[in-house]
Write a protein of this length. Structure first.
Lengths: 667, 400, 400
């Protein structure tokens, strides 16, 4: 296997200053590179670190992209369609039995080809679209040609590797292959027929069409065209009749015919002997054209050389030659015939990539097909999908790489990375990565995090992707990013919903604290619709639980259920859920309850309240408070607090005595 | 390969670094003109500048984004011996224009370095909000924001004396290792020992400890980058020196993919024909390395499926239109290592500027800056003479 | 193009669009109820430049496809050959759109409203042949946050009034010929509002990301809803809402966990019935406008479901009318509340004995891998748009 050498492609960026300051580059998402001139570090080492440079122009940054061939509208359609085929192929083959596998694979292969044909059609339309500029037209045209070649290769691979014919008799399929891709004869014939009124115009084009039909083995079409020849009516020597008869009688070996190879072989020999005999008898002597046809049928080599210009290319010549000299050729022998035909057409000149790929296919060298295709076609769509299909067909020898991935996986990863640059194709990228068993997951983890979260809907979709794949870390991060974004926008409610999704306790506490701060500053809560309906989600963090419970307290109070409110307040104070700075607010909340006509706090509860108050006073004396919090409080604020505490003391003592009195009365 | 678009940056001097945010949708540039610019993609898919402000009083070497989990946070480092942390606080829509104007506010200035701060990098997300800086005098400092909601406070977690003039650093993105940093040195003396050192954070000892010194790297190193972690059983470190050197280090976790081979740990040399490589960068999946060298080209390197490195593309600058001019400095800095700065070049007012928010809006140039000192376009108004080419006060045009 | 014969009578047609589709809507016919519409509009999302497409159904046959492929070749593709005659949708207009198209609504036959992820709403007048969209009015910046714009998520039309809601938790009421909103409810919701629908002329229903359904009287001042309904104690985001065309107190909403909830707004706060049929986000829910015993939902799991109440509420289960894709994975519904007053016509949706015997659920499409974002039904024609960059047109949907 000769190493496939190629030169490293060069790309020139028109960037002022690059000769002096060189180029630097940074990666963007996918195959995107930002290139700019400027290298301050060198200047720094030269000892001019901070000497201004005056630029004649603003420095420029150039966005460079490549392998964007799947981003065009037409090819993108192919990407979407083939993605669907790809995913159903992965599902299908996992649950199908050996017997049904082959016809299904052939079906998949054809679905790929239908998608390619549609793409070719769209590209052709785009290339002749007068609304787009010339450069785009040219680009579409070259992509169109590329995909035509790819389809040609794909079809041959389908015949050789997927259909794998019984007995290896392959000719009929090769004929179909040629017929499908080289339709020059059809257009010539159509032209001739269209141009003629009553009688057919017999000209070079007419005969070219006839010859090509014969060379491609499309004898019914050739016969039909010949029957239109004006001489046919006055066929004095019966030459037209005889050639028609010859063509009609040519034996065809079909995969579904009942005859054995030996039977066919016998028939074939007889028929070709007949051709030779007619030639010898000179039946077509005065009909040069018909004689040529008969010589083709008889399998004479020299006449093929004469018609080389009509044959097309070496692979068409090969099929023609095989048809008329060796119709029972086995797939394994194709390479020998290919070689000789290639010599005729290419001689010593350099082989094109297409030649090499087709030849490698005929040699059954799959690795080589993929190697040359990846190196020369600059399109990963083809190799990735082909390799995957061949893998499912069991044709891809698993070549273990150093770091463990198979060639299929390597190619799928390459294909996926060409799609990454087009931001909106992330869902397709993800599904391809899903089917890379070794490295897919790691690529996925890196990639998923990098998908921009432009709207909540997109974030939901992405979150689902993470959850389905147990990518907890990425899911967590996504929720955090969304929460942070909402926080920056001061949408605390939204931030809290994202935080609850990921059960992020510390973030929840932080947000709860924000709500509480807001309350202590403004005296009322925002986002009540959310806080009041937290349900079990409040349990994510202590602070949040406190917040929700504190709201419960407010509700109970508003509804006049004072004793429930009182005991809830007390339990909140004692449970130590509240931030220290909030304790005074809680205690102050007890004041109106203490002022009620009925006693809601029992003597025991009141003494508990007193203890909480003492704890607060103790904290006020702590170093933490005096050093960090006290300096931030205004004088008025401190006065107010003091006043509140005094009121509280008063209320508590009064309540204690009232409660004790009442309790003693009751007892 | 094609140029999708070219943006004319509004910088008045060379651009030193371009940094994409985590999603590749925002871009920050920094320049010798002391400023940083932030670029966003508008609805039509074009880049436009949404913020431009003076960040330092010296060339800004590097700019970098924190993970979006921590908000929209940037860090920059400069020849003025400082690193600074910036946070986006207010943005403003210009009606009918779909143009967003964003204000950045300085959250913190890290003034610990005595010399030029040559690189600044945020830690991988899973380590929290940490920042590493390195400076020409050989100090690597690791800072940490203890309160993620208040970025004005940064504590030094550790300070490492590398005993070499540091030029670049890189955090290891792998979660499996202890926190690891690789540091490179641009000391030109090949006999001064290995130019790359690797430090690990010892949680128990609460300090950073040198775990490796690459003795094979003796030429100056200008950039260093760990490859994104792809689940390999080894870490990949790219080093920009003479040529690019790719090093592999086995991870501590044996469950990872790949078999141990004896050739594994031999460094791979990516041939830049002996040219000095200045800058390297990995693509997001760590499969392609872009390296720029002083033969004027950027080379793209990729390991094929047999793990052989190949140059897959060369980018050449078409430098025919050379339009740059270096102005003669009045007096070159004291040493060419930048180990000390002329005392006068430190703008005390700028250093002490508090993180308080201040802004102004210039309707003509449609940009907003947060620093009270900033004014773009000064080179146009200041005559270019040796006397005014100095870093300091010449640029401080009062606000209108 | 691939056409697949799905259940006996309906036909599915697929068209790839090269864009992910966020929304599809039929244009109402000139004389509603008397004729079927042959025009629909689609909007795309997530591209740098998105687009609006106007499609028209044309009656095609095999001859119109001449030249596409050698007819003799078609036999080689036997199994995927298109049917002999069919209705083929053709794109007759493409219009580019700034931001994601988040919702499309028709106000009457001739006015198309398009909402954007940039927070704006644009109205177009549709030309008689549908080949032209003439912009008539644009409401910029209806939905915005402190620092940036916020997506407008949904619109609802009632006469000439249009209510919009957005991720900013705001509700706007627009009048078609007014340049400014006639009513703005700031901070209507602490969370993102995901969908809105008019229940009466002055009453709208919204659903949010915290699993709440709220009823608003837009004439009332202030930002408190008339009523709040909840799904469950769990916070399940609701993405979409629709009301019964003839019984406006019957409301269906789809949630992020794949459930479809039905409320009787005259009753309790919790939904009357919960159907747990999709595996993931229900993106749109739609009662058939003239045949409200039929309801359609589409989901991120790639499925489109057709829900039908059985005529006569018989206890025995008749054979599935659509055959084919009757669901296997549908778990039984949970009847949360027992509801004795199920006697009203059409209330089979909320009847007390709602186990599955009263409602048939069928797949409309073969299962897709990509999310289905939008579904719309007109007469017996159903169209949906997917992230697989395709529209699926189902004709002859069997309705009760």
């Amino acid at each position: 296997m000769a190493a496939h050498r190629r030169e490293v492609p060069e790309f020139s960026v028109s960037c002022p200053g690059s000769s002096e300051w060189y180029l630097s580059s940074r990666w963007g998402q996918g195959l995107k590179l930002s290139v700019f001139a400027g290298n301050g570090k060198r200047r720094y080492l030269d000892g001019h670190a901070d000497t201004p440079v005056v630029l004649a122009d603003h420095p420029a940054i150039h966005d460079i992209r490549w392998q964007t061939d799947m981003h065009h509208a037409a090819t993108r359609k192919l990407a979407a369609q083939s993605h669907e085929i790809f995913t159903s192929l992965q599902k299908h083959t996992s649950d199908s039995t050996e017997g049904t596998r082959k016809p299904q694979l052939v079906k998949f292969s054809r679905r790929y080809r239908v998608a390619m044909m549609e793409c070719i059609e769209d590209l052709r339309k785009a290339a002749s679209d007068s609304l787009v500029d010339e450069a785009t037209q040219e680009e579409c045209d070259s992509m169109c040609q590329l995909f035509q070649q790819l389809e040609l290769i794909w079809n041959l691979c389908e015949i050789l590797f997927i259909e794998t014919l019984p007995g290896g008799v392959v000719l009929q399929h090769l004929l179909d292959w040629v017929k499908l891709h080289f339709t020059e004869a059809d257009s010539l014939a159509a032209k001739v027929i269209e141009a003629s009124d009553d009688e057919i115009q017999v000209n070079e084009e007419y005969w070219s069409a006839v010859y090509i039909y014969v060379l491609q083995g499309r004898l019914p079409e050739a016969r039909h065209l010949l029957s239109l020849h004006p001489d046919k009516q006055k066929d004095v020597h019966g030459a037209y009749g005889k050639i028609d008869e010859l063509m009609r009688r040519m034996p065809v070996f079909g995969a579904f015919s009942r005859q054995t190879l030996a039977e066919f072989d016998l028939k074939w020999r007889n028929w070709q002997e007949l051709c030779q005999q007619l030639l010898k008898e000179g039946v077509f002597v005065s009909y040069q054209r018909l004689e040529n046809i008969c010589r083709i049928l008889a399998g004479q080599q020299d006449v093929l050389e004469q018609f080389q210009h009509l044959v097309g290319d070496w692979y068409q010549l090969m099929v023609t030659k095989l048809l008329y000299t060796n119709p029972m050729v086995k797939t394994m022998d194709l390479q020998y015939h290919a070689k000789s035909c290639m010599d005729v057409f290419r001689g010593s000149s350099r082989l094109l990539a297409l030649d090499q790929i087709l030849f490698a296919a005929l040699e059954f060298d799959i690795t080589q097909i993929i190697k040359i295709s990846s190196a020369t076609l600059s399109n990963w769509w083809f190799v990735a999908h082909m390799a995957d299909l061949l893998h499912h067909a069991g044709q891809l020898e698993s070549q273990q790489l150093d770091y463990g991935a198979t060639m299929r996986e390597f190619l799928l990863l390459e294909y996926a990375s060409t799609l990454m640059a087009e931001e909106s194709m992330w869902q397709i990228v993800i599904e391809y990565l899903d089917h890379c068993p070794v490295f897919g997951r790691h690529h996925l983890e890196l990639f998923v995090e990098k998908i921009p979260l432009k709207s909540e809907r997109k974030a939901y979709k992405l979150l689902k992707v993470c959850e389905e794949r147990n990518m907890d870390d990425q899911a967590q991060s996504l929720c955090k990013v969304m929460g942070m974004k909402a926080l920056q926008e001061e949408r605390l409610g939204t931030a809290l919903t994202w935080c609850l999704k990921s059960q992020d306790a510390s973030f929840a506490s932080f947000l709860a604290e924000k709500f509480l701060t807001e309350y202590s500053l403004k005296g009322n809560f925002s986002n009540l619709d959310l806080i009041d309906n937290l349900g079990s989600s409040m349990l994510v963090s202590d602070r949040l639980t406190f917040l929700a419970k504190y709201r419960d307290f407010h509700r109970l109070y508003e509804q006049g259920e004072f004793s429930e409110a009182a005991s809830l307040l007390l339990s909140l104070l004692e449970a130590n859920l509240a931030p220290k700075q909030f304790l005074l607010i809680l205690l102050t909340d007890a004041l109106p309850l203490l002022e009620l006509d009925t006693i809601v706090f029992s003597s025991k509860q009141t003494s508990q309240l007193l203890m909480c108050k003492e704890a607060l006073l103790k904290w006020y004396k702590s170093e933490e408070y005096t050093r960090e919090i006290l300096p931030k409080k205004s004088k008025g604020h401190i006065e107010l607090e003091k006043e509140k505490l005094e009121l509280l003391q008063l209320g508590l003592s009064r309540n204690l005595s009232r409660a004790l009195l009442e309790e003693s009365v009751r007892n | 390969m094609y140029v999708a678009r070219s943006i004319s940056a509004d910088h008045k001097d060379l651009i030193h670094d371009v940094a994409f945010d985590f999603y590749g949708r925002r871009m920050a540039t920094c320049s010798s003109d002391h400023s940083v610019q932030v670029w966003d993609i508008n609805d039509k898919g074009e880049w436009h500048c949404t913020a431009s402000w003076k960040t330092h009083s010296g060339s800004v070497w590097r700019v970098t984004w924190a993970h979006p989990e921590f908000g929209q946070v940037l860090a920059s480092c400069s020849y003025d011996r400082m690193a600074a942390i910036w946070e986006e606080v207010v943005s403003y829509m210009v009606p009918n224009n779909h143009l967003m104007i964003i204000l950045q506010t300085k959250r913190a200035t890290l003034v610990d370095s005595r010399t030029s701060v040559t690189d600044v990098k945020f830690s991988p997300r899973f380590l929290g909000l940490k920042l590493a800086t390195c400076s020409a005098d050989g100090n690597v400092r690791i800072y940490e924001a203890p309160d993620l909601t208040d970025l004005t406070t940064w504590e030094i977690q550790d300070q490492i004396m590398t005993k070499m003039s540091c030029s670049c650093l890189s955090w290891n993105p792998s979660r499996l290792n202890p926190a690891t940093i690789a540091v490179g040195s641009d000391d030109a003396n090949p006999s001064a020992g290995g130019k790359v050192q690797i430090y690990e954070h010892k949680v128990n000892e609460r300090k950073w400890v040198r775990s490796n010194m690459l003795m094979s790297i003796t030429e100056a190193v200008h950039d260093i980058a760990y490859a994104p972690n792809l689940g390999r059983s080894y870490d990949v470190l790219a080093i920009a020196t003479k040529d690019v050197v790719i090093m592999r280090f086995d991870k501590k976790d044996p469950s990872m993919i790949g078999s141990a081979t004896s050739t594994r740990n031999t460094p791979v040399q990516l041939d830049h024909q002996g040219a000095q490589v200045w800058q390297i960068s990995w693509n997001i999946t760590g499969t392609i390395l872009a390296a720029s060298s002083d033969d004027g080209v950027v080379r793209l390197w990729k390991a094929n499926y047999l793990d052989k490195w190949k140059c897959i593309q060369v980018l050449k600058g078409d430098g025919s239109s050379v339009s740059t001019m270096l102005v003669q400095p009045k007096d070159p800095p004291a040493t060419n290592k930048g180990s000390s700065l002329p005392e006068t070049s430190v703008d005390a007012g700028f250093m002490s500027s508090s993180p308080k928010f201040s802004s102004f809006f210039s309707s003509t140039s449609a940009w907003l800056g947060s620093s009270p000192l900033s004014r773009q376009g000064r080179h146009n108004s200041v005559p270019v003479t040796p006397a005014t080419s100095h870093v300091t006060s010449g640029f401080h045009i009062p606000l209108k | 193009m691939v056409a697949e014969q799905i259940p006996k009578m309906s036909k599915v047609l697929v068209k790839f669009t090269s864009e992910k589709l966020s929304c599809v809507r039929w244009q109402p016919p000139v004389m509603q109820g008397l004729q079927n519409s042959d025009t629909f509009v689609t909007g795309s999302w997530d591209n740098s430049v998105n687009s609006l497409l106007v499609w028209k159904l044309s009656n095609g046959d095999e001859t119109s496809r001449k030249g596409r492929r050698d007819p003799s070749e078609a036999s080689r593709f036997g199994d995927i050959k298109p049917p002999e005659t069919y209705v083929e949708p053709e794109i007759i207009l493409r219009e580019s759109h700034v931001g994601d198209v988040t919702d499309l609504k028709f106000a009457g036959h001739q006015t198309l409203l398009v909402s954007s992820s940039c927070g704006s709403v644009q109205s177009f007048s549709v030309a008689d042949d549908s080949k032209k969209l003439i912009p008539t009015q644009k409401w910029e910046d209806l939905h915005h946050l402190k620092m940036s714009s916020s997506p407008c998520t949904c619109m609802s039309v009632s006469g000439t009034d249009v209510a919009t809601c957005g991720e900013d938790g705001r509700i706007n009421v627009l009048r078609l010929d007014h340049r400014k909103p006639i009513r703005i409810i700031d901070d209507a919701d602490s969370c993102s509002l995901n969908a809105i629908i008019h229940s009466k002329t002055h009453e709208v229903i919204t659903v949010n990301s915290a699993g709440q359904l709220k009823v608003w009287d837009v004439r009332q001042d202030g930002n408190t809803p008339v009523r709040i309904f909840l799904v469950t104690g769990k916070k399940v985001a609701l993405h979409c809402v629709d009301r019964h065309p003839t019984q406006p107190h019957l409301v269906a909403a789809g949630g992020e966990d794949g459930t479809l909830s039905m409320w009787d707004l005259r009753k309790e706060h919790l939904p009357v019935t919960l159907f747990d049929s999709h595996e993931s986000h229900v993106w749109e829910v739609k009662f058939h406008p003239t045949n409200p015993n039929n309801l359609f939902t589409c989901s991120d799991d790639g499925s489109v479901l057709h829900w039908q109440t059985k005529p006569g509420l018989t206890s025995s289960r008749p054979s599935t009318p659509l055959g084919g894709f009757s669901t296997s994975g549908i778990s039984s519904s949970q009847s949360l509340l027992h509801h004795p007053s199920a006697a009203d016509a059409g209330s089979a949706w909320i009847s007390s004995n709602t186990n599955m015997s009263n409602i048939d659920i069928n797949h409309v499409l073969p299962s897709l891998t990509m999310p289905v974002n939008s579904v719309d039904i007109e007469g017996s024609n159903l169209v949906c748009g997917t992230d697989g960059e395709a529209i699926y047109l189902v004709s002859n949907v069997f309705l009760h």
